[in-house]
Design a protein around this ligand. Structure first.
Ligand code: ZN
Length: 263
């Protein structure tokens, strides 16, 4: 008996050509987490997949289970949400890059984490609506802080990592790549970076807020960019992966808080 197909939804993270007419797609799905699937004839059959198998699209998926060393088979895909607004401006598209790249390159294969998918969807939707680079940087900061926590690399922000002095009693705060807040004494001559105490509180809120309130959490543009720079280094160190999209996004968003896209 053939195993039943899996009907689920998910984000398309990346696609590459295989042979003359096939596409291999990387997906983050609700029921199976990250997986690789083969869309046979996708490049020939205009009808079946036209305009669907594009990076960033949110899809309804019918997947047939893998056989004999082959990836999953992608049979039917329908569009749930096209994220077209992300493609309409290069800055939004570059800001969305780390969401797709981190799902693809830092999540374990076939270990579903629906909260991670929900976080990614929320972030992409927020980026679609964002008009100012600072707003995009805020969305990415919230995403990265939550992603890291869901992957087991949450930041320690309530007290100094080493001496446990509470954050509320620190006049100066530092963030260390070993995982969070350091007081001036403990930061010493380490490469920890001094940040405004308000940023530490903002990151703590990003980490613990209810999902429903996350979309409204914003940082002043300069703080969002500072946080993004730290989180890019922290994520790459903790996850032991190069994530080039993070540097691209950071540079794009540095372009200037003065530049505002039409809404
Ligand atoms: Zn300390």
């Amino acid at each position: 008996m053939r195993p039943l197909p899996l009907v689920t939804t998910g984000l398309l993270l990346a696609a590459r050509e295989r042979r003359e007419s096939d596409l291999v797609v990387e997906l983050y799905t609700h029921h199976r987490g990250r997986l690789t699937a083969l869309a046979r004839g996708a490049r020939r059959s205009r009808k079946r997949f036209v305009g669907l198998l594009l990076t960033g699209h949110d899809l309804e998926l019918h997947l047939s289970p893998p056989r004999r060393g082959e990836p999953w088979g992608l049979a039917v895909a329908a569009l749930r949400h096209h994220h077209r607004a992300l493609r309409e401006h290069w800055r939004r598209w570059l800001a969305a890059g780390p969401v797709l790249e981190t799902l693809w390159r830092t999540t374990p294969q076939e270990e579903p984490q629906p909260r991670l998918l929900a976080l990614a969807r929320l972030t992409l939707q927020r980026l679609e609506r964002a008009t100012a680079p600072g707003e995009m940087a805020s969305a990415l900061v919230v995403y990265l802080v939550r992603l890291l926590r869901l992957l087991g690399h949450g930041l320690h922000l309530e007290s100094c990592l080493r001496c446990q002095r509470p954050a509320s009693r620190l006049e100066r705060a530092f963030l260390g790549l070993e995982g969070g807040l350091l007081c001036p004494t403990c930061a010493g001559r380490s490469r920890a970076e001094e940040v405004p105490p308000g940023l530490v509180r903002g990151l703590a809120a990003a980490q613990t807020l209810e999902s429903a309130s996350l979309g409204r959490l914003g940082f002043p543009p300069a703080l969002a960019l500072q946080a993004l720079a730290f989180l890019a280094r922290f994520a790459q160190a903790q996850l032991e992966r190069e994530l080039p999209s993070l540097e691209l996004a950071r540079q794009a968003l540095h372009g200037g808080p003065k530049t505002v896209l039409p809404g």
